[in-house]
Every structure is written in C-alpha cells, then in structure tokens.
Design a binder for this molecule. Structure first.
Ligand SMILES: Nc1ncnc2c1ncn2[C@@H]1O[C@H](COP(=O)(O)OP(=O)(O)O)[C@@H](O)[C@H]1O
Ligand SMILES: [Mg+2]
Length: 362
C-alpha cells in the first residue's frame, strides 16, 4: 500500500506551546515510518507556520525554529489543493496530504479554530471537529450543557472578567452565597492548570480572579471536591469505547502545571484505586458525554471520585490530551494491550473514517 502523506502540526500560540512540543516529539517518534511520510509543521508562538525537515529531537527545546532549512508553509483552505502550500524562494509548491495529526493543545489548537481550517481544506484530521472542540474547550459552556443532561459536576458559577471589574462586590457575594470554600478559580478557556488557583479564604478571591483573567475573559469558580482525580480515555467515532480508568496522585496541593510537566513527581495509578462500581460509572459517563457533545477520534474525560461516598463528579473533557509516552491517555490504552504506534494508527483510521475515506493501515 502506498504510504500516507501525514502532516503533524505542533507548537502554536497557546500557553501550552511547550507541552505540544513534547507531545509531538513522542507522536513523530512512534508513527510508523513504513506507513507514513511524515511532514512536520511547526507553528511559532507568534503564529508563523514553518515546514521543518530536521531531526524531531530538536522540537522539545524549541531549537527547531532556528533551522535554516525551514520554509514557510501553511494549509490551504482550498479543498482542491488538499494540502500544504510551501513557499520556496522561487515560488509556491503544493504538498498534497492524506491526513493531518494536530499535536496541539489549548488555544487555537484544541478549541475548534484550526479544526475549522482542516474542515475547509477537505483533509481528514485526527480528533474532534470544530463544534465539539469549541464546546469542550470552554469550561462554562461544557458545565452548562452537561448540567442540563444531569451529569454530576461541582457546584459552579461563571462570569466575564469585565463584569468583575465593574461590580466586584456583586460577584464576590454571589460566590460566597452559592459556594462553600475552598473553591477553584479557573479561566474558562485554558489548560494544563495555567491560571488555576485553589482559594481557601474569601479574602484571597480577588488575586485568584486576577490571575485567571490574565488567561481568558471568562472565569469559572467551582466548589472544591474532596476525593481522587481519575481519568478515562475515549477512542473512536460514534461507536467510541472507553479505556480502563487511571488515577492521578498529585504531589502538590492540586494537579498544577509544575506537577504535570516539570517535577514529574505526581504518580499515575492504572487502574485507579476506586471501587468497581465507581470505575464502571466513570467509563459509562465518559462515553455518554463524548457522544452527547459530538466528540470524535479521541478525548480524555476527567472526573473526581468523592472521598466520602464515591460519587462520580465530572471535571472536564480534553479533546487533545497530553500525548507523550508517559501521558495518561496513551498509557491507559497501552495498559489495555495497544502499543503507542497502534494507537496512532487507530487515530488516523478514525480520522479517515470520519471523512468517509477509510483505509485499513495494516
Ligand atoms: N472543583 C475542583 N475540586 C477539586 N480540585 C479541582 C477542581 N477543579 C480543578 N481542580 C484541580 O485543579 C486541576 C486543574 O483544573 P482543571 O479544571 O483540570 O483545568 P485544566 O484545564 O487547566 O487542566 C485539576 O487537575 C485538579 O487538581
Ligand atoms: Mg485538567
């Protein structure tokens, strides 16, 4: 079978640029070189698109950006092009693609923006479409939709940051009246715990709100849930399946950015140390919300299991979860017998299937 021309897109303008570089490195290293011709497309922090032809080991520290052979290249929204326009000095060349694998996280990568471009380009792409990506990116929208579907979540309220600037007492008093402390203050659109604070005292609310508002114009405040943090990997299109459940044993006060990517001291437990009924409820709820919100390809659905009575409380849905070989999403599938490379094949197959172009990669 002819090799598939596959672009892996990494970097991006989001606060998770560095995380994306780590995910992309693992993805590129593990994609089968027999099945795919891999084209590495990096997006710099200021939004420039470059076709990179160097060694993937230069991604993680950002040095790929300085490679002299980089050429400006970007996806064409013209579906008859069906690929990248590569801007060589002596003119533009078309690099036709069979599929795109976005190894991006957060803003512009996981929120439906770039998925809109994929859709226009007519090229099959890994992961959720514009609509479901946009819903899952915004914690206030996800919470609102899922409370209507009776999915248990932490008590919450959300507001625009400019409303807090204009009427801080109104917002402070609403938080005090409706939620028990500690609360978690978060930007509605971010990720990797950037801008997230745990607030134990009413007096410390303002500082946390200011921090969150540096990341997004919308803020969500949630009641703190006491319990274990567990995650479930969902894979597939309309017939998606759930993995076994994994647990994060955070080493810090909560699972913050340093704990996720810098210290490496948080523990992953696979399977999660929770009762069987709770694990079953997690898996069932994960697939239900995935289908409800129209997800496809993959998503990691995160929950808390309460300490006292093992209730299953949904936290969030990540449509492009961390994807290094030590990240929870691939580890959950690996613990069920798939290799990392097979998981990548499945994701490309689901992308082709969603676009009506299924090809078996075996
Ligand atoms: N309601 C909550 N109760 C307890 N811990 C929370 C709550 N919300 C967030 N956290 C903690 O903060 C971390 C980051 O919050 P999360 O909503 O997952 O944002 P992100 O999208 O940045 O990952 C979680 O992994 C968890 O440790
Ligand atoms: Mg999270």
């Amino acid at each position: 079978m002819a090799k598939l021309e596959l672009a892996v897109i990494f970097g991006g303008v989001s606060s998770e640029h560095e995380v994306s570089l780590m995910s992309a490195t693992s993805i590129i290293e593990n994609l089968s070189k027999e099945k795919y011709n891999i084209h590495m497309v990096g997006i710099t922090k200021d939004g420039r698109w470059l076709l990179y032809r160097g060694d993937p080991s230069a991604l993680a520290d950002g040095s790929w950006e300085k490679d002299e052979q980089n050429v400006p290249a970007f996806l064409s929204p013209d579906s008859s092009v069906h690929g990248l326009l590569v801007l060589h000095q002596d003119g533009a060349q078309v690099l036709r693609l069979d599929a795109v694998f976005p190894a991006l996280h957060g803003k512009n990568g996981e929120d439906g923006t770039i998925q809109g471009l994929f859709q226009l380009s007519g090229i099959p792409y890994v992961g959720c479409d514009t609509f479901s990506s946009a819903i899952c990116m915004d914690k206030a929208v996800t919470h609102t939709l899922l409370s209507a579907a009776n999915v248990e979540q932490a008590h919450y309220l959300w507001f625009y940051a400019d409303r807090f600037d204009a009427a801080p007492d109104t917002i402070r008093n609403k938080i005090k009246a409706r939620l028990d402390f500690p609360v978690f203050v978060k930007p509605c659109n971010a990720g990797s715990s950037v801008g997230v604070s745990r607030v134990d005292r009413f007096e410390d609310l303002d500082e946390a709100i200011r921090k969150a508002s540096r990341e997004d114009k919308k803020i969500i405040v949630e009641e703190g849930i006491k319990g274990q943090e567990v995650e479930c990997a969902v894979l597939g299109n309309r017939d998606a399946t759930a993995s076994i459940v994994g647990e994060i044993g955070a080493s810090a006060e909560f699972y913050d950015y340093d704990d996720k990517y810098i210290n490496g001291t948080s523990q992953l437990y696979i399977p999660a140390r929770i009762p069987d009924e709770a694990a079953e409820k997690v898996r069932e709820t994960a697939v239900r919300v995935y289908r409800l919100l129209g997800c496809s390809g993959l998503a990691r659905v995160d929950f808390f299991v309460t300490a006292e009575d093992h209730r299953v409380v949904l936290n969030e849905i990540n449509t492009l979860p961390g994807f290094t070989s030590i990240s929870m999403y691939p580890k959950l599938w690996m613990s069920m017998g798939l290799t990392y490379g097979e998981l990548l094949d499945r994701l490309v197959e689901f992308a082709l299937q969603a676009a009506g172009k299924l090809q078996c990669l075996d």
